[in-house]
Design a protein around this ligand. Sequence first.
Ligand SMILES: NC(=O)c1ccc[n+]([C@@H]2O[C@H](COP(=O)([O-])OP(=O)(O)OC[C@H]3O[C@@H](n4cnc5c(N)ncnc54)[C@H](OP(=O)(O)O)[C@@H]3O)[C@@H](O)[C@H]2O)c1
Length: 347
Amino acid sequence: MAPITNGRLIFKEAPGPDEYPIPGKTTAYDESKTIDLENVALNGGFLVKVLVLSIDPFLRGRMSVPKGLEKLYPPALKPGEPLQNSGIGIVLRSEHTSVKQGDHVYGRISFEQYLIFPNLNGIEVLKNEANIPISNYLGVAGSPGLTAYAAWKEFIKPKGNEVVYVSTGAGPVGSTVAQLAKRDGLKVIASAGSDEKVKFMQEIGVDVPFNYKTTDIKEILAKEGGIDIYWDNVGGETLDAAIDASHPNARILACGMISGYNSPDSLAIKNIFQIIPKSITIHGFNVPALAPKYIAEFRKEVPGLIAHGELKVLEHITKGLDKAGHALLDVLTGKNIGKSILIVAEA
Ligand SMILES: NC(=O)c1ccc[n+]([C@@H]2O[C@H](COP(=O)([O-])OP(=O)(O)OC[C@H]3O[C@@H](n4cnc5c(N)ncnc54)[C@H](OP(=O)(O)O)[C@@H]3O)[C@@H](O)[C@H]2O)c1
């Protein structure tokens, strides 16, 4: 077989701190590489055809590391490097004793159509015993779901009759939090940026779903009598409104601050003083630190809940590696309705 194009989505240049990543300027689709799938040397490793990639807000932080976090974040991508994120591929050929042709492999994957892995460092064979769509392992059954599951268990410790407010309630993290909270018997208020997202939040059992672009957050939280827990995915004005609506001894889970990823100045808040007289606890966390403690129980429980319809999943599909830059911009501007999945190739 003659060599074929091995397309890649490469990082070109960092957007400014208050700029969005622009497809074609920040990233570019490159077709300059080729690969001979039958004859390329594996040297004991295995050849993978990439099937699906996760498009996460986190990718923004790989392009320019937020100020002050240089030692805590992975280093920024270098111009000319392909982007990297969670993904799943299928093994085309293998010389590795633990990997066979036809296996699905899951882990950190470069944004390329075909990849050779020398070993299983950073990648593992996906078992999928629950027999759910493999793309779910990039969303509710993957890192975003683990984020919700692990931090909910580690920090929230819900008591009956409590009220939780969740922002980005239609995304993979927020919708998992909302569903875990319902399973624990809490009243759930959740916001998202479109009526279609509100409809999905209704479907997953959110008691008070609302569109924060057309409804005042402060008014809703006051009307519902305030909150005991706030799961923060956006920061800024939303966090400010949640602090204001918090009851004494409320807990705030600082999971993400997406409203500031492309405009850091908008993260300023006015109500911070209230955390003292209200004895509010704020927990920040990073999922890799919690993963070792929760990954086994998460894998045992969550794919099965999805398979039985007890955890609902919504995916937003974009097709084609050349569209990955557009898919990221969509996530950062709220156009994704559910977990953003990039289909690179059909199996
Ligand atoms: N701490 C950790 O370890 C960890 C791990 C994974 C994810 N996270 C964070 O969790 C959050 C949710 O992640 P996800 O993967 O579930 O993302 P997601 O919900 O699929 O996508 C991000 C959503 O953020 C909302 N958004 C974008 N710009 C916004 C703005 N200016 N103001 C308010 N909302 C805005 C949009 O929804 P709307 O239409 O609702 O605005 C968008 O759809 C992110 O902040 C992410 O960085 C943290």
